[in-house]
Design a binder for this molecule. Structure first.
Ligand code: PLP
Length: 389
């Protein structure tokens, strides 16, 4: 008898996270500084937490509509028009999801058939690949380069488009590089999408975390893209709400109605108290966001300047997100070896570039969203261990 007691292709091919592996190795030491996880160091602002607590106490403990509560869809629609120049009808063009992670998975299930090609940036946020594998799509990496500030431009994407290409994912500001696409870059990508009639996801969870006066524009603010673009965003990074698991997708009515059907099968709805907290964040979170961005900016400038003075590192100044992606080829090691070596010598935990796909080799990712004092101490330890230039 044939043995059918075998896990799925997706399970067998899922890669263990290279970031989590560093966590395990770090457990040996008691004085580590962890600059690995992509998570704000700030606590969630009190009034946002209070809104969730109020929701729980008021008995908001039941299912909500699949697309999310009306108050949150209204709030998101208001935000998208005000901040992103995107017009959207809260009843037709929006669905609330469990963070951008589930938004992306839902979009993959809705758009991608087995064998379809999906173009993503290399190096990339690892979950894109994991999710494309889950729907039996094929990952195609658009390799971005330090010499072009890690930009995934139309020039990089176009040669990769084939008859099988179904979807492109852009992510600006980017995890892991901190690179950004400006409005001119987005306009060229918009032309490409219209020319080849492709779907495109603009994954924008870091859109507010930008520096040096850079303003992140949304692809969907460009005219004529209604048939093609899905805007995905999340409350996680902007408002220090990673554990609340609230995100959303904005797209045309046909796409949203189909996403909503599949959302019922996948997760049904998001806890109402968490949605109520997100409403509060939209209307009252602005000052806190500005404060957090200012704080990250100081960390960013300090870490780039510090790393560029230490032997082995060469680091671009990123314009967005809260990551730096220094080149570590001068260590003469693979990125895995370098991250382990840095951990052993300094007890500073970083993520090897290889954790972000094959194009991440030669780099490490450092998240600078933690305390300023931790950044200073990490730099001090690295200076002591590797010497100055
Ligand atoms: N997209 C990118 C590029 C990310 O880096 C992350 C989280 O690290 C997400 C999406 C998902 O974020 P969340 O599910 O917390 O909204």
């Amino acid at each position: 008898m044939k043995n059918r007691n075998v896990l799925s292709y997706a399970a067998n091919n899922a890669l263990a996270s290279g970031v989590r592996r560093m966590f395990e190795l770090a457990k040996k030491y008691s004085d580590t500084i962890n600059l690995t996880l992509g998570e704000p160091g700030f606590a969630t602002p009190d009034y946002i937490v209070d809104a969730a607590v109020c929701g729980l106490k008021a008995g908001k403990t039941k299912y909500t509509p699949n697309a999310g509560i009306k108050e949150l869809r209204d709030a998101i629609s208001y935000k998208l028009l005000k901040e992103n120049g995107i017009k959207c009808d809260p009843d037709k063009n929006l669905i609330v999801t469990a963070g951008a992670t589930q938004a992306l998975m839902l979009a993959m299930v809705t758009l991608v058939n087995p064998g379809d090609e999906v173009i993503i940036q290399g190096p990339n946020w690892p979950d894109y690949k994991g999710q494309i594998d889950m729907v039996n799509g094929k990952v195609v990496y658009a390799k971005v380069d330090e010499s072009n500030e890690f930009k995934m431009t139309a020039d990089v994407i176009e040669p990769l488009i084939t008859d099988k290409t179904k979807l492109i994912i852009i992510n600006s500001p980017s995890n892991p590089t901190g690179g950004v696409l400006d409005f001119e870059d987005l306009k060229k990508i918009a032309e490409l999408v219209k020319k080849y009639k492709l779907f495109i996801i603009s994954d924008e969870p870091y859109e507010r975390l930008v520096y040096d006066g850079f303003e992140q524009k949304s692809l969907a603010s460009i005219e004529g893209l209604d048939d093609y673009v899905l805007t995905i965003n999340s409350f996680s990074k902007t408002f220090a709400m990673t554990g609340f698991r609230v995100g959303y997708i904005c797209a045309n009515e046909t796409i949203i109605s189909n996403l909503t059907k599949l959302h019922e099968n996948m997760i049904a709805s998001i806890p109402e108290p968490m949605q109520m907290a997100a409403v509060k964040a939209v209307y009252e979170g602005d000052a806190d966001v500005r404060h957090m961005v200012e704080y990250y900016d100081r960390n960013r400038r300090t870490i780039v300047e510090g790393l560029n003075g230490i032997k082995g590192f060469s680091c671009l100044m990123p314009k967005g997100a809260f990551y730096v992606f220094p080149n570590i080829t001068a260590f003469g090691m693979t990125s895995d070896e370098a991250a382990e070596y840095i951990l052993e010598r300094t007890h500073v935990v970083t993520a090897p570039g290889s954790a972000f796909g094959p194009d991440g080799e030669g780099f490490i990712r450092i998240c600078y969203a933690s305390k300023y004092e931790d950044i200073l101490e990490a730099l001090h330890r690295m200076k002591e261990a590797f010497g100055t230039k």
